[in-house]
Design a protein around this ligand. Structure first.
Ligand SMILES: [Zn+2]
Length: 323
């Protein structure tokens, strides 16, 4: 059973909004493209393992994707966490291409990329072991349950050198071998260590403690509000000059029409400018003059809000916005 689904990382949503709304010669764009490609690749690997985990018996496992917990004020992220009544499994996903040799003596990963260049990179097994230690601390001593860890390589064409040390051979695998590996680990543990009630409580405790990363986009990606292009973007020609005509958006350039083009614009504002928007800010950003139209558009988004009349602030989610 999937208890926490994997959502698109906030950084990917922000960068996509920046691609839409920064001028094509903005100095940050090369860096943004680089980070975007890296994150998309990572997400593709994670989605691949999600597919293989779907084959596991849903009543035996609760699965959490993209879990972020905090222990002793230090956050740690687990790509995928599986809990059962017999054991817990942490999975770190890597989507590296090329050839991987895991050197057990020096605990290093030697990566040969597709061009044949060799370099030492961070050992993902050490990474997941560290997360495992943090998780043990987080869960506390009242749950006496074994905790296992694995590193899954998302790219099926990556060559994992079979000469890698035995510890690595036991803990590193391709995504397609994951289901079988989980069954193998499962067969090592016969006893239910968590009661049905404790299993359910632990699931709830984990879900309630999930603390998604909040980032300051302008600080992280080094742009200012004035860099952001205002207006409604035409879904066809991508110019930002759509006008409100008879309850629709019309593009004076390519004559395309849209009913919903404002939705992307309002979400872009919330992602790139600040996490809340007022009626006045909406009119300014969408380049419209009517307060009642802005009210109607904001209400149609199903956003949460606080305050009334001119001081009303709209935002995504249930939490009150402090800004
Ligand atoms: Zn157009």
């Amino acid at each position: 059973m999937i208890s926490l689904t994997r959502s698109i990382p906030i950084q990917i949503l922000i960068i996509e909004a920046l691609f839409r709304r920064l001028s094509p010669n903005h100095r940050m764009l090369p860096k943004l493209r680089e980070e975007y490609n890296k994150r998309k690749k990572g997400l593709a690997g994670e989605n691949k393992i999600d597919y293989y985990l779907e084959f596991l018996p849903p009543n035996q496992f609760h699965i959490f994707h993209g879990l972020r917990l905090i222990c002793d004020n230090r956050p740690f992220q687990i790509d995928t966490l599986l809990i059962s009544r017999k054991f817990i499994l942490l999975i770190e996903v890597k989507n590296i291409s090329g050839k991987l040799y895991f050197d057990e003596v020096y605990k290093q990963l030697i990566w040969t990329n597709d061009d044949g260049d060799e370099q030492v990179i961070q050992d993902p097994l050490e990474q997941v072991k560290r997360q495992s230690r943090q998780f043990v601390k987080w869960i506390g001593s009242h749950h006496n349950i074994p905790i296992e860890h694995l590193v899954v390589i998302g790219n099926p064409r990556t060559y994992i050198d079979p000469k890698s040390g035995p510890v690595y051979r036991n803990h590193i695998l391709h995504a397609h071998a994951l289901e079988e590996k989980v069954q193998e680990i499962s067969s090592n543990y016969q006893t239910d260590l968590l009661s049905h009630k404790a299993f359910k409580q632990l699931t709830t405790q984990i879900l309630n403690s999930h603390n998604p990363l909040a980032i300051d986009p302008q600080k992280t990606y080094q742009y200012s509000s004035s860099d952001i292009i205002k207006g409604i973007q035409c879904p066809k020609c991508e110019k930002f000059e759509m006008k409100r005509v008879q309850q629709k958006w019309a593009c004076p350039h390519c004559k395309a029409a849209s009913r919903n083009a404002h939705k992307q614009a309002i979400l872009d504002y919330l992602l790139l400018i600040k996490p809340s928007i007022t009626n006045r800010e909406c009119r300014d950003f969408l380049k419209i003059s009517s307060a009642s139209t802005a009210h109607h558009l904001l209400m149609s988004m199903g956003l949460s809000f606080t305050g009334s009349n001119k001081s009303r602030k709209y935002f995504i989610g249930k939490d009150k916005v402090v800004d």
